[in-house]
Ligand binder design. Structure first.
Ligand code: 6PG
Length: 247
């Protein structure tokens, strides 16, 4: 598997480079079609990426926002992925409400996943079995190699039909709602942003172990022809071959 990755001395620089890459892909999509679709992740790493994006002069009223995953909490909760994006990107960039297609974490997780799937189907005008092609999907990784809210061993990692599902994450003792591999693999572009020493071993496994996304969910997409570009800080990249040079 060939991975395109770039490493930066600091997490902030990795996040900003990722933002610039995302902006270029969005501009390209806007040029061709007049609107663009971007699916965001949560966690803590993306904050400087969202801030950098918010500072850019993009036509935000033509960008539609979706989420890769969400915690089953209300949008006002500190754990909400929507809340992070709202505060650092959507509000500062004045993204119109009609462009925000959030996962309704305040609903029962199964109902939220159904509503989100339905919303995606309607937005993209999908026929049964068709997958949405987000212009950009932004993902993070967990220290265990999880991607979206697909944790190692999760049987849904083999699903290629569904759009989104509710998953109970033992490790976090919480329900989450996540995009499934179908939409993740169908994305026109994927960026993965990861930083910090706790991601180093996971990255080594993801990049070097044989393809097995049930074991290493973040490998999803590594075998597809669609581009996946990784933005890492040095701490996260330190166990990768070539980590001493530019990625
Ligand atoms: C979430 C995510 C998740 C995240 C990783 C990394 O809701 O937690 O979207 O997949 O990308 O867990 O999280 P950190 O940025 O906090 O390390």
């Amino acid at each position: 598997m060939a991975f395109e990755w770039h490493s930066f001395p600091e997490a902030k620089a990795a996040a900003e480079a990722c933002a610039e890459h995302v902006a270029r892909e969005i501009e390209e999509a806007l040029g061709g079609r007049g609107y663009a679709t971007l699916a965001l992740s949560g966690g803590t790493t993306p904050k400087p990426m969202f801030a950098r994006l918010a500072a850019m002069k993009l036509p935000w009223d033509r960008v539609h926002f979706f989420w890769v995953d969400e915690r089953a909490v209300p949008p006002t909760d500190a754990e909400s992925n929507y809340k992070l994006a709202a505060e650092t990107l959507l509000v500062p960039a004045r993204v119109p409400q009609r462009n925000i297609h959030r996962i309704r974490g305040e609903l029962a997780a199964e109902a939220a996943a159904r509503a989100y799937s339905q919303g995606i189907r309607e937005f993209f005008g999908l026929d049964p079995g068709e997958m949405p092609e987000f212009d950009v999907v932004h993902r993070g990784i967990g220290p265990d190699g999880h991607a979206a809210s697909l944790f190692p061993g999760q049987p849904l990692i083999e699903d290629r039909q569904g759009l989104a599902a509710a998953v109970y994450v033992e490790k976090k003792s919480m329900w989450r709602i996540t995009l499934l591999p179908g939409p993740l693999l169908a994305a026109r572009n994927t960026v993965v942003l990861a930083s910090g020493p706790d991601k180093a071993q996971a990255l080594r496994n993801i990049f070097n172990q044989p393809y097995d996304p049930v074991l290493y969910p973040a490998q999803l997409g590594a075998r597809e022809s669609r581009p996946v570009v990784w933005f890492l800080d040095q701490a996260a990249a330190r166990l990768l071959e070539g980590a001493d040079g530019a990625g």
